[in-house]
Design a protein around this ligand. Sequence first.
Ligand code: NAP
Length: 246
Amino acid sequence: MKLTQQVAIVTGGARGIGREIALTLAREGADIALFDVNAQILEQTVGELRALGRRAEGFAVDVTDGKQVDEGVGKVLDKLGRIDILINNAGITKDGLLIRMDDAQWDRVLNINLKGTFLCTRAVAKHMLKQRRGRIVNIASIVGIIGNAGQANYAASKAGIIGLTKSVAKELASRSITCNAIAPGFIKTEMTDVLPEEAKQRLLAAIPMGELGQPADVANAALFLVSDEARYVTGHVLVVDGGLAM
Ligand code: NAP
């Protein structure tokens, strides 16, 4: 096992890609703390992690609230003793064409996706700096690289995450802390289940591999980036998209 005696925080880890990342890291020996707003599903996922024989704790943390994030990080240290890995995965979409997009739609997406990533990274970095070791993985999107009509807010948040990732990577590299991003294409989760059938068919036609990705495809990329094998990889954006953006 690659991650024995390590502790990982996964934000938005109750379901979807975050849940799959948490399970994948746990199977490699990591103890897991989940930050999520969905209390009911959070407990369910914590149960699945414990069934793997790992220590797991769920914390009701809204990543847009700096106080909740700081307190959550403190509780992880109290209960699990250390933090080696942070996966900034919590994210939402609120799609709409630019001229119809209201301020609230813009603010909510930027707050959760980008500010949430900043707040969690800042809180955990203080601890990792003292520890002189750490792995931070931010879940961006290919939409942050190539853009997408109807997703100006989401694309801006994900492009922001890529800039944040590279800046954090430069700031923390000398203390053996890496910071990388994963840019998934379209992955089969509740986020993409709501796409209209016609949009799904158009997407599938544009993906060279001819299928949506699975949460495990993103989780395996995350596992590589937090492992010792990726020791010398930082500031990288790993695209996991079946060839869509190339
Ligand atoms: P998902 O199934 O909607 O799961 C997201 C999780 O984050 C949910 O449990 C959600 O709770 C939680 N969350 C929402 N707001 C939060 C907040 N303020 N604080 C803490 N947790 C919060 O999404 P997903 O498809 O797994 O996506 C995960 C990440 O991958 C996102 O960053 C997304 O942008 C990115 N991504 C996804 C795809 C894709 O095709 N699915 C592609 C590229 C990138 P609730 O259940 O209460 O909403």
